[in-house]
Design a protein around this ligand. Sequence first.
Ligand code: ACO
Length: 426
Amino acid sequence: MEQTAKLIVDGKTYEFPLLKGSEGEQAIDISLLRSRTGLVTYDPGYANTGSCKSSITFMDGEKGILRYRGIPVEQLAEHSTFVETAYLLINGNLPDRKQLTRFSVMLNDHSLVHEDMREFFQHFPRRAHPMGILSSMVNALRFFYPELPDQDEEINITTTRLLSKVRTMAAMSYKISRGHRVVYPRPDLLYAANFLNMMFDSPVLPYRLDPEVVHALNVFWILHADHEQNSSTAAVRLVGSSRVNLYAAISAGINALWGPLHGGANQAVVEMLTRIQESGGDPAPFVARAKDKNDSFRLMGFGHRVYKTYDPRAKIMKRVCDQVLARLRVKDPLLDIARRLEETALKDSYFIDHYLYPNVDFYSGIVLRAMGIPLNMFTVMFAIGRLPGWITQWKESIDDPEGKLHRPRQVYTGETKRDFVPLEER
Ligand code: ACO
């Protein structure tokens, strides 16, 4: 028998069906709520709203579980590469050897950026934030690569272009910002190694690729590859629901990710740790400020809308952080501060009672710093990692037979009807 939820309004009972997900999650299907009752729901920040059915990523915030297409993120971080994980997300299953080779070849074939786009990079102000530049450049890709008549081919090629070119553009923008010669992608290097080479190779100091650093970068990107209906993914789905092109929808996602409450937190964490270091290294006053209701300061890299336990990605990131720093023989004083801050916060009843634990961004900035990635590029690194998720979620929403233009309602709290008063009478 179909399970239902009952809603009683002014003594009248309405029944709504309960939906059940494959992991047992339940949701009340209120799609007919307004037409049947005249009511809308009120849910600031959509904290209780399921906006779609999705078969891509499962997370359980209470148990600290994250799986892509059913596979635990821990297994992917240990055994997979970013490109293989991207394939898994986009296509639903792990590739066989032939499929993986074909995908890698396509990524290589599409890795160059139109030479005219270099001109664009030259003309952004030197202080422009790389996330703003990236979102503009991704939007601009549409003009250089107009729509193909065959829709499946268009989606396949746009997906490959985005995955490949965004990585090239990120490295290009770094080189240009430093006034250095752009390094082109190399066909003999795989995705992550190619990125590091484009970032750091120089005619006077050839970059020496370290397999452990390449592995760490793969893990970093795997951990960011998707996270179901987070803010930037919701932005991609919402903007995409107007049927605008994929480049524009991804550009919207990049902008949503930029904010410090979302992907911008990885930059904000390192800025916060630096402030703690400059003020003598004691995290206690910062923990006290984060608890003070009259102070807007928050511990960056702590807390999550869904995770009410340790973020499973943060556990892996913490391990990667130790490994990379040991491998590169980097002694980063910020790591000691981060460890002390975590220890202090996790013992504090405020953080315990509010279920505030380190999230993925808490240790990721220290990993990126050790690799030589500049602070203002941290969120760009997150964006490269999140691309497969954004693209897959966009595709799922476009293919969804129940998919509609996203258009929430509101509860109006402004003036009721009043008449216009001519200027001379006001
Ligand atoms: N430091 C101090 N207090 C916090 C923090 C924090 N980092 N995060 C939440 N709280 C407190 C709030 O003050 C609030 O307290 P109250 O109920 O006593 O008023 C309570 O916890 C709930 O906070 P909300 O903002 O309602 O929770 P929400 O689910 O909206 O917040 C968010 C999630 C935005 C991530 C929040 O934890 C935060 O601001 N964290 C810091 C920024 C950050 O690290 N963002 C990255 C998230 S991961 C990602 O996007 C990749």
